[in-house]
Design a protein around this ligand. Structure first.
Ligand code: IYR
Length: 227
């Protein structure tokens, strides 16, 4: 490329993007907020199919996230195979049952009451797709382990972008955190450098889906401006 430049021997290319007037910027930032404000975590899904091409686009969007030294330390496993979904449900419910019955503190369970959640996870089988996000803790450079950087931050950001992409597609999800999650690496036969990070069921909300009447913190409760 003619206007590219070498910095320390590495190619850098000009960055161009559209910018907006302050009025447009204010309107766009407001409408983006209004739109994301509509997003809710949903636990009741239909089995209506979602095209694979949509899931591929969602995953590609997540992978646009910034990451430590651009290592992109993530692997997204997309499961539509009913037999694998069933295996995941059985294993997740076994862990969840144990957690709800003996691993979680009383206070934790009390805090979860408004969410209307329990150890049963039928949605793991109902939904057309499960996306299981794995973090890649290290890469193998020959037979030497090379640790990735800011892995939790990077994969957390990518997952956030995935969640907004799911919302943008008119679909719903839930950040499901079965604990411990190592059964996912076993079922999906992932290599040793990958650890399960989050499980996101993706599909349509059922017509009678209910969500908790949560209120979000207002700006003054969750921000401080220093001007
Ligand atoms: N892992 C359990 C429990 C759970 C924990 C929190 I913190 C939540 O916000 C919701 C659920 C589960 O997925 O049900």
């Amino acid at each position: 490329m003619s206007d590219s430049k070498l910095i320390d021997g590495f190619e850098h290319i000009p960055y161009k993007m559209e910018s907006f007037s302050e009025k447009e910027m204010t309107e766009r930032s407001k409408s983006y907020f209004d739109w994301l404000e509509e997003r809710r975590s949903v636990r009741d899904f239909t089995d209506k199919a979602v095209p694979k091409a949509v899931i591929e686009n969602l995953i590609k969007t997540a992978s646009t996230a910034p990451s430590g030294a651009h290592k992109q330390p993530w692997t997204f496993c997309a499961v539509s195979d009913p037999a694998i979904k069933k295996q995941i449900r059985i294993a997740a419910e076994a862990e969840e049952k144990e957690s709800y019955e003996s691993r979680m503190s009383e206070r934790w369970k009390e805090d979860l009451k408004p969410m209307g959640t329990n150890w049963q996870k039928p949605f793991l089988e109902t939904v057309p797709w499960l996306i299981i996000v794995f973090k890649r803790v290290y890469e193998m450079d020959g037979d030497v382990k090379a640790n990735n950087y800011y892995v939790n931050e990077s994969v957390g950001i990518a997952t956030g972008m995935l969640i907004s992409a799911i919302h943008n597609a008119g679909l719903v999800t839930l950040t499901h955190t079965p604990s411990p999650m190592n059964f996912l690496a076993n079922i999906l036969e992932r290599p040793k450098n990958e650890r399960a990070f989050l499980l996101l069921p993706v599909g349509y909300p059922s017509s009678d889906a209910l969500v908790p009447n949560n209120r979000r913190k207002g700006l003054e409760e969750m921000s401080v401006f220093y001007e």
